[in-house]
Unconditional design. Structure first.
Length: 269
């Protein structure tokens, strides 16, 4: 944590259990961390460790079994789009609406006047470089362009916090790299707080200030790695010894958890 820098969103002792009335499955166990205002934090961990469940709890979409999520000291118990926006792997654009209408949609739900909606949507499309596609439909855009529309839509309500659940996971490698650069540009321009889930250790470290590492289920935070890499980031940094050493530290935390899980399994035989 940086002295004097405010906290944007905080989790305290989060626990999530499914099937309490039958054989319980503990998805998350004692998840506690704080994300500073304006920072970029990535979360990595094995498949099925509860990363998406954690993000949904942070967004107020799913209740925790115990513990809490706080924004400005107030518990998050339901979606609050004026504070928190969510972006998923699928762009989930409405196919029957034009691109500008898709960006306007969350503003329409909030009852914003049509002229103000159009002005806000136009500004967000300009931010992501898609002004000339405002009147197109989603099927007319590439996968990367649709994700940029999704970013514009998430930013349209002007939230303080953007939660992103593997938003580039379905893209090819070249498009994924371009989208990483695009996201960094938008983050630097807007100053939003970003919490970014990914399976890619390289992507996590390239984008973020801080990388949180989760264990196998039940998901726990087993490490917090400070990137310590200069900005602005260029892709050449991935080939440096500093980047490789830090990525290896992240991998060692994940592989150590794998070894511990395997040892526990062998001990039970």
């Amino acid at each position: 944590m940086t002295p004097g820098r405010p906290v944007a969103i905080e989790t305290r002792g989060l626990r999530k259990v499914y099937g309490i009335d039958r054989a319980p499955i503990v998805a998350l166990q004692d998840i506690s961390f704080a994300v500073e205002e304006g920072s970029f934090v990535s979360l990595v961990g094995p498949s099925g460790c509860g990363k998406s469940t954690l993000l949904q709890i942070m967004a107020g979409l799913v209740p925790s079994t115990s513990g809490e999520v706080l924004v400005d000291g107030v518990a998050v118990r339901q979606p609050a789009p004026e504070k928190i926006s969510v972006m998923f792997q699928d762009a989930t654009l409405l196919p029957w609406k034009r691109i500008s209408e898709n960006v306007e949609f969350p503003l329409e739900i909030r009852g914003m006047e049509s002229g103000e909606r159009r002005h806000r949507a136009a500004a967000m499309l300009a931010l992501v470089g898609l002004s000339e596609f405002a009147e197109r439909y989603p099927h007319e855009l590439s996968g990367g362009m649709r994700q940029r529309v999704s970013i514009a839509r998430a930013l349209a309500p002007d939230p303080r916090i953007l939660l992103m659940d593997e938003p580039f996971g379905a893209l090819d490698e070249q498009t994924r790299i371009k989208m990483g650069y695009e996201l960094l540009r938008i983050w630097e321009k807007t100053g939003k707080t970003i919490f970014f889930i990914t399976h890619s250790l390289t992507e996590a470290l390239f984008l973020a200030d801080t990388v949180l590492v989760m264990s196998h289920r039940p998901g726990r935070i087993v490490g917090t790695i400070e990137a310590g890499l200069r900005r602005p980031r260029t892709y050449e940094i991935i080939g440096t010894a500093e980047f490789g050493a830090t990525r290896n530290r992240i991998w060692s935390l994940i592989s150590q958890d794998d070894r511990e899980l395997s040892s526990e399994g062998m001990a039970s035989l």
